[in-house]
Write a protein that binds this ligand. Structure first.
Ligand code: NAP
Ligand code: MG
Length: 495
């Protein structure tokens, strides 16, 4: 097993206070305030970061607005494609920096970087292709011959992107790809818990030849910096990923100038296992639908519905998979489960686990914080599987955002579909069966933006991802997403 060397960590973090990026310059906020970011594997301070103010948001928005009318505004689609491809190459070259920063800041295992790197690069290259495929329509209207009409697509303008901590660099890249392809400019705010990789991505954007002011990065607390963005009259669109509660606050704040708002929010996704499933495959799938990233995954399949005949045995198998995952320092290459992101998240997850126990659910595995050995100072919670969960318990209804599976027993298709859909969320869902008809029938009836059959969490730049109901508004990835970054103009020419 390898461990990232201390010198590499020191080099990645450095001593300097981490800046914001406004108009192509890395600066400190004029207010001089800073905040700390912590390593959740040790609880110790990692770095200090400049805390942007509402005035910095004004400066960033002004820079983004100027950039729309400047050199960037004159970029042809092929020029935008070229910089996106260059950015993809740079991310490829420097991905080790990004995953190290995320691993330190968030606690995700360093080995999770491989697939994340491929996804990030593929996404930028996909949207690079999209940049040269933006077009309106010619419309043969009812007055054809007298008046001719066509549509043009134009960038929506300045985009405010607000992202959560559970996938810092991936999430930032997810927001940049379509916005840059469409010709928009951006003010990006990473989460306060995980700001480090965004700054590095900002450097790479400049190195890729993206002009100053096109990508701006501000740091600081959501209720100040994020709120200033959501209500800012100079921002035309907000692209938000985070909790449903914050999504609601953003919608309200965005009403002032009728911003376009797309939201990727929380979930409590059902994962349904029929008795005819390949049970080994399904057990591993059910565990890996939740436990990677310590369960801090928006579409995690946290409500596990198992058909009665196989329920007890199957839940035990899932618990076994959970128990087999190696918990440890995220910088060790053998580690599969790192810590939760913060003490606050630890308290939240443990309070859900306690509530599950006190309401009568049974922890078949996990259920206690790790308090011994090298991990005692960090925020480690082992994979936890609850049996005997009832639909009205707190752990059955609320998003925990930790490594916790709540399992339920069901009998029939109609019953399980009804129970799976009985939630305000609708992000992901899973179906495990070898019966083709069951697979299709259940997929069509689940109210969720993604249904994974005999797999979970498959993602691709070309396939839309997003939520039904209170899990969001709009989609990320896929051909249509770029429309959220474009305005449609109808032009009439009298002949
Ligand atoms: P969060 O508390 O909603 O925070 C998300 C972002 O919003 C952070 O940058 C936060 O800033 C900022 N923010 C907080 N209050 C704000 C306000 N009043 N106005 C504007 N911005 C504000 O969510 P989180 O706890 O970081 O992330 C976990 C949640 O995200 C979960 O519910 C999860 O399901 C969801 N999520 C969804 C997806 C998806 O694609 N659907 C993906 C990942 C996560 P600070 O943190 O710096 O204060
Ligand atoms: Mg941190």
């Amino acid at each position: 097993m390898l461990h990232v060397a201390n010198e590499d960590v020191k080099k990645a973090i450095g001593d300097a206070v981490k800046p914001q990026l406004i108009d192509g310059k890395f600066t400190m906020s004029e207010g001089g305030k800073t905040f700390k970011t912590y390593n959740p594997a040790t609880g110790k301070v990692l770095a200090e970061v400049t805390e942007s103010t509402a005035k910095d948001v004004d400066l960033a928005v002004a820079a983004a607005r100027r950039a729309l009318g400047g050199e960037w505004g004159k970029f042809k689609p092929f020029d935008r494609q070229a910089v996106l491809l260059r950015l993809a190459d740079l991310i490829d070259k420097h991905y080790d920096d990004l995953i190290l920063l995320d691993s330190l800041d968030l606690g995700c295992p360093i080995t999770s970087g491989g697939p994340k790197k491929q996804r990030a690069i593929a996404l930028l290259r996909y949207y690079a292709g999209m940049a040269v495929d933006i077009h309106g329509n010619t419309i043969q209207n009812s007055q054809a011959g007298e008046i001719f009409s066509y549509t043009l697509k134009e960038p929506v303008g300045v985009v405010g992107s607000i992202i959560p901590w559970n996938g810092p660099s991936g999430m930032a890249i997810w927001k940049l790809g379509p916005a840059l392809a469409a010709g928009c400019t951006i003010v990006l705010k990473p989460a306060e818990q995980t700001p480090l990789s965004a700054i590095r991505i900002g450097e790479l954007c400049l190195e890729a030849g993206i002009p100053a002011g096109v990508v701006n990065i501000v740091n600081g607390p959501g209720h100040i910096v994020g709120a200033a963005m959501a209500s800012h009259p100079g921002i035309d669109k907000i692209s938000f990923t985070g909790s449903t509660e914050t999504g609601q606050a953003i919608l309200r704040a965005a009403a002032g100038n009728i911003k376009k708002v797309t939201l990727e929010l929380g979930g409590k996704s059902p994962n349904i296992v029929f008795d005819d499933a390949d049970l080994d495959l399904a057990a591993r799938g059910a565990a890996m639908a939740v436990f990677p990233n310590s369960g801090q995954i928006c579409s995690a399949g946290t409500r596990l519905f198992v058909q009665r005949g196989i329920a007890d045995k199957f839940v035990e198998k899932v618990a076994e998979v959970g128990n087999s995952l190696k918990i440890g320092n995220p910088l060790d290459t053998g580690t599969q489960i790192g810590p939760l992101v913060s003490e606050e998240q630890l308290t939240r997850v443990m309070s859900y686990i306690e509530s599950g126990k006190s309401q009568g659910a049974v922890a078949v595995s996990g259920g206690e914080r790790v308090t011994t050995g090298d991990l005692a100072g960090g925020y480690f919670v082992p994979p936890t599987v609850f049996a005997n969960v009832q639909d009205d318990m707190k752990i059955a209804r609320e998003e925990i955002f930790g490594p916790v599976i709540s399992s339920f027993v069901f009998d029939t298709i109609d019953e399980v579909v009804e129970r799976a859909n009985a939630t305000t969320y609708g992000l992901g869902s899973g179906v495990w069966t070898t019966n083709l008809s069951t697979a299709h029938k259940v997929s069509q009836r689940l109210q969720a933006g993604s249904v994974w059959v005999n797999c979970y969490q498959a993602m691709d730049a070309a396939v839309p991802f997003g939520g039904y109901k209170m899990s969001g508004n709009g989609r990320e990835s896929g051909r249509d997403q770029i429309q959220d970054y474009l305005e449609t103009k109808s032009i009439w020419i009298s002949l």
